[in-house]
Design a protein around this ligand. Structure first.
Ligand SMILES: C[C@H](O)[C@H](O)[C@H]1CNC2=NC(N)=NC(=O)C2=N1
Length: 101
């Protein structure tokens, strides 16, 4: 089930496929750097659309030229689940198109 908490080994295996992402506390997290504030804002809007589609939402932070995500699954008691990785993978797929590093 995608909303079951993942084991430590499952998390480590899946993190290997997601460069730049890590688990901080109980949340899957990554910060992206962009060219400027407008590019960062466009990525936030794109992520918001993905989150709406997945019905799964990160704590999403917009800075001057940065976008930060931190996500866990509330319905799994705040653990990291396959839903969190699904969101991370979707974001990771679109971020380069925004020039995010
Ligand atoms: C009713 C709705 O499906 C739930 O509240 C969704 C919405 N977004 C969510 N986002 C996150 N991160 N965890 C959840 O458990 C979650 N649940």
């Amino acid at each position: 089930m995608p909303t079951d908490p993942l084991s430590q080994k499952e998390i480590e295996d899946r993190l290997r496929e997601l460069p730049g992402w890590s688990v901080d506390g109980d949340r899957l997290t990554r910060d992206y750097r962009l060219a400027d504030h407008f590019a960062a804002t466009a990525l936030v809007v794109h992520i918001a659309r993905i989150q709406q589609e997945l019905d799964h939402h990160s704590d999403l932070t917009l800075g001057y030229n940065t976008v930060g995500l931190a996500v866990s699954t509330h319905s799994a008691g705040g653990a990291v689940t396959g839903k969190d990785f699904e969101l991370a993978e979707r974001v990771q797929a679109v971020a380069p198109g925004h020039g995010a590093e």
